[in-house]
Design a protein. Structure first.
Length: 178
């Protein structure tokens, strides 16, 4: 079975437990931390997947590494270890975060700008574009891109809103050529 399908199933189960026990915010924070650990430390994942290391030692390693994790998330990781699916943790994290965002009416957005945005500017962008995508608010991640010359480019899911000077120049160039 494909990784994304399996990750969705585990993420949905974890999400339902989080809602039932009213731990959604806490679990989302923990899932983000685990996602970062698993994507940045490929050696850690290699150790957890190594066939010669006993499952009990792998579980002990997980428990030592993630001491402060909540029980539902730690149990999910243990089940993934038992079923030899520990490598799907980043996909599971993405799915869980998407479910949590959907529950709250939040969308993840990446804003490309020439300089770091202030909190007021982020809030203004969130207010305007959240309505356009039918969400209550946006969680904005700011990326600095000096090639934009000025303005901002916003990516929400598969949609891109380009209000940058370089984008306007490119559109103008296409009009003049075409």
């Amino acid at each position: 079975m494909n990784k994304e399908v399996v990750a969705k199933r585990y993420a949905l189960a974890l999400f339902q437990i989080a809602k039932e026990k009213q731990l959604l915010d806490q679990l989302e924070e923990e899932v983000r931390v685990i996602q970062q650990v698993f994507t940045e430390n490929k050696q850690f994942v290699s150790v957890l997947k190594h066939p010669k290391l006993a499952v009990q030692k792998k579980k002990a390693l997980l428990q030592e590494t993630f001491v402060s994790l909540s029980t539902p998330l730690l149990n999910t990781l243990m089940i993934l270890l038992d079923r030899h699916r520990i490598e799907i943790v980043p996909e599971l994290a993405n799915e869980f975060i998407a479910l949590a965002n959907e529950e709250r009416g939040v969308a993840e957005a990446t804003v490309y700008s020439v300089r770091p945005l202030t909190e007021e500017e982020k809030q203004a962008l969130s207010n305007v574009f959240a309505q356009k995508v039918g969400k209550a608010t946006l969680r904005i991640h700011n990326v600095i891109d000096s090639s934009l010359i000025g303005g901002v480019k916003l990516r929400i899911g598969h949609r891109i809103y380009d209000g940058s000077v370089s984008g306007k120049l490119e559109r103008l160039q296409r009009q003049l050529i075409g």
